[in-house]
Design a protein around this ligand. Structure first.
Ligand code: FE2
Length: 383
């Protein structure tokens, strides 16, 4: 079981209720609309006008109105998200149009589109990016008991503009045959010279590492965080390159002993269609650091409603659906992410990694410290 040290937020059984009510309201709306059209049609004199009127009446049935569709700008790229969004449509009658691109690109596009945007929701894979969207004035503050009661406080914006819906743990993955029990302890210990040539990590240009360094700045201040980044870079077995999965593959093949990565990538390797990835994943294990003090560094995948959205109510329902029990229980089984809501069952693989304590730092702080983290990385020599 994952330990959520943030109170007793629990899954809310919301999805079926609001979905059925909403679908029912839409049906009533269509019946009233059709009745009005038929009544007016009986008053029409010409056959042409009569046909046009009846056609207009049928349109909402065959082509649902714009009110039945939301546009989601998403940085997430999982096919399982599409399945989840279809469930939302089934329950509510609200269709989901997804525009996928990188988070920076989506935020830039939202800035450029301004009030003319068709976007209703922004989803990104890191609180740092959500914070950037918030400070750019792109997100709408929401009043939603479902969101604030379901999501522990550290995983949502204090001003209620963005909300996490999955948790990501950035920790150490190590080679089972080369790292002894007790050797790995804390993030801070990775700066120790005993790890020289034994570590791997991706580039500092990636937001995941920037948010990790931001959490070090929050815990220790800039000077110590800079010294840590410099020392860890000095302990890397090669210049930073590739993805989190590439770091794990290299550790499994013996290039180094420990990689700093997000745990869901190990889950994705375990469940990969590629037998070689599955075999490599079998050589690796997870270490949750800092269990004696602040806990592991976590981040969220999350979203917010666009300030210029023309369908903010539907967009809010969509975010509320993502923290429903039905949605939350799919994440461990599909993307190997942790649910953000407490009390959701984890996958067998996640259970095998053991319980962990997570840092209670509000993730908005990672966004505040992002610029500083980038500056310190540049000074540290971590490419
Ligand atoms: Fe990722």
């Amino acid at each position: 079981m994952t330990i959520h040290p943030f109170g007793d937020a629990s899954a809310k059984g919301i999805s079926h209720d609001f979905g059925l009510k909403f679908a029912g309201m839409m049906r009533i709306k269509h019946v009233l609309y059709m009745s009005t059209i038929c009544l007016m049609a009986t008053q029409m004199k010409s056959l042409h006008s009569l046909l046009l009127f009846l056609l207009a009446g049928l349109c909402p049935i065959f082509f649902p109105t714009m009110a039945d569709e939301i546009t989601v700008y998403s940085h997430r790229h999982y096919p399982s998200d599409d399945v989840l969004f279809e469930k939302f449509t089934e329950q509510t009658g609200i269709r989901v149009r997804v525009v996928k691109a990188g988070a920076d690109e989506l935020i830039e596009r939202l800035r450029a589109e301004g009030d003319n945007t068709r976007a209703d929701v922004l989803i990104t894979a890191d609180a740092g990016r959500l914070h950037i969207a918030k400070t750019a004035g792109l997100l709408l503050p929401l009043e939603s008991e479902i969101l604030t009661e379901s999501i522990p406080e550290p995983y949502r914006d204090p001003d209620n503009t963005w909300f996490g819906f999955t948790l990501r743990a950035r920790v150490m993955i190590y080679a089972k045959d080369r790292v002894q029990a007790g050797e790995l302890t804390t993030y801070e210990d990775l700066a120790n010279r005993k790890w020289r040539g034994r570590l791997l990590a991706r580039s500092s240009s990636h937001i995941y590492n920037q948010s990790l360094l931001a959490s070090m700045i929050a815990a220790h201040g800039e000077a110590e965080a800079l010294a840590w980044a410099r020392a860890v870079r000095g302990n890397l077995a090669r210049a930073p390159q590739g993805s989190d999965r590439d770091q794990m593959r290299a550790v499994a093949r013996g290039l180094a002993d420990v990689a700093i990565v997000n745990t869901y990538y190990l889950g994705l390797m375990h469940n990969s269609p590629d037998p070689q990835d599955r075999e490599l994943a079998g050589r690796l294990a997870v270490h949750f650091p800092n269990q004696e003090d602040r806990g592991i560094h976590v981040n969220v995948s999350g979203g917010g409603v666009i300030k210029a959205s023309r369908r903010p109510e539907q967009a809010q329902k969509f975010l509320e659906f993502l923290v429903s029990e039905e949605a939350q229980k799919t994440f461990p089984l599909t993307t190997s992410e942790f649910p953000v809501v407490e009390g959701i069952e984890l996958s067998d693989l996640q259970k095998s990694w053991g319980a962990f304590k997570a840092d209670t730092l509000n993730l908005g702080k990672l966004g505040d410290l992002n610029v500083t983290a980038v500056r310190l990385f540049n000074m540290s020599g971590w490419e």
